[in-house]
Ligand binder design. Structure first.
Ligand SMILES: NC(=O)c1ccc[n+]([C@@H]2O[C@H](COP(=O)([O-])OP(=O)(O)OC[C@H]3O[C@@H](n4cnc5c(N)ncnc54)[C@H](O)[C@@H]3O)[C@@H](O)[C@H]2O)c1
Length: 338
């Protein structure tokens, strides 16, 4: 039984409390927040949980094996460092840190302390995304030309990070997972239409090895809630839509063929669009947060690396975000992902 403490009980932390309370291999025994109203709400829902304003009490408790960091992003680095140094396994919410060096440092501390450090890249536990990954790996889609992700809504707004750092970690982690690597370079723009301290819209183009291009559009200022990814291969095309009730995946049997007809005058091949059926495969449903928590618990119990979303994967996402931000600050200049 893995005993879990949760730091941060705002919008997202209570979901972790619920899941770790439900799983048979874990218990959520303690939680911390500096806001008394949040602690009162949690106590009402989970009378057995110990609540505290001081997260140090969780870190000092020898009975707590693992800590979930669900506090604001700017605190992730410090809290994760303290938790690892206190000898706890850590599941930190995305993004792992705000700087690449910080993620690298946390990776080293986790290695030294021999503790699991996992990042809450929740979409790697989304059944539709897992299905898409298996489909790509099967080769049925063919060579991937490009992909694009749209993650938009009207709010919810954040004040500690901009829309890029809030939303794009999801899509970067998905693309890194689907293409099994980090991008080589990026070009991006960010826009602040609401005239706050934070950009509310970001368009990023990521170039992956093999000349695979992936575009990410994230926004807090959009009429529609969209959670979609399109992947275009040379044999098939696939759309993942997390909000589609009929099923999250649609396979389009569409591709383009070049005829062997040779036009003497122009020296060109003719392009023919080939259109087959659209298939909606059956994708089983499982709650991604639950699958993520179970994976974390299993890695602790079996002393295995949380390779799907470990510190390296977290660092890969952070270094991509840093490159995107640098590019956006320079009005779209191409930036290498270091
Ligand atoms: N994986 C996902 O889909 C997902 C969804 C939402 C949020 N998140 C991530 O979760 C994290 C939290 O997001 P949120 O929406 O819950 O934010 P939030 O602002 O609603 O909650 C953060 C909570 O942390 C508390 N806090 C601040 N300082 C603290 C301290 N010193 N000790 C203890 N508690 C402290 C705040 O009082 C607040 O209640 C962010 O990193 C965010 O990116 C992930």
């Amino acid at each position: 039984m893995v005993n879990v403490g949760i730091i941060g009980c705002g919008h997202w932390g209570p979901n972790h409390i619920r899941i770790f309370s439900q799983l048979s291999g874990s218990t959520a025994s303690m939680c911390a927040d500096i806001n008394d109203d949040r602690l009162e709400l949690i106590k009402g829902l989970y009378p057995d949980i110990e609540t505290t304003r001081d997260y140090q009490k969780i870190l000092k408790n020898p009975n707590v094996d693992a800590v979930v960091i669900a506090a604001p992003t700017k605190m992730h680095y410090q809290l994760t460092q303290e938790a690892l140094e206190a000898g706890k396994h850590v599941l930190c919410e995305k993004p792992l840190t705000l700087k690449t060096e910080e993620s690298r440092h946390l990776k080293e501390i986790a290695q030294t302390q021999n503790k699991k450090l996992m990042v809450g890249h929740i979409f790697l536990f989304n059944a539709g995304i897992v299905w898409l990954k298996n489909y790509i790996d099967s080769g049925e889609i063919g060579k991937i030309h490009y992909a694009y992700a749209t993650r938009t809504n009207l709010g919810p707004f954040r004040y500690d990070v901009n829309a890029l750092w809030d939303l794009a970690p999801h899509d970067i982690s998905i693309f890194n997972y689907l293409f099994a690597r980090a991008p080589e370079s990026v070009s991006a723009t960010g826009h602040n239409f609401l005239e706050t301290a934070q950009e509310d819209l970001s368009f990023s183009t990521l170039t992956y090895p093999g000349n695979v291009v992936a575009n990410i559009h994230v926004s807090w200022l959009d009429p529609r809630k969209v959670r979609q990814i399109t992947v275009v291969g040379d044999k098939k095309m696939v759309i993942w839509d997390d909000l589609e009730s009929a099923g999250p995946i649609k396979i389009y049997d569409k591709h383009v063929e070049k005829t062997s007809t040779f036009y003497a005058t122009y020296g060109e091949f003719q392009l023919l669009s080939k259109e087959g059926s659209i298939t909606i495969p059956k994708v089983g449903f499982s709650e991604p947060l639950k699958a993520q928590a179970q994976y974390f618990i299993d890695c602790i119990e079996n002393d295995e690396s949380p390779g799907l979303a470990d510190a390296q994967k977290g660092e890969d996402v952070v270094k991509t975000l840093c490159a995107i931000q640098e590019s956006a600050n320079q009005h779209g200049r191409r930036v290498e992902v270091q």
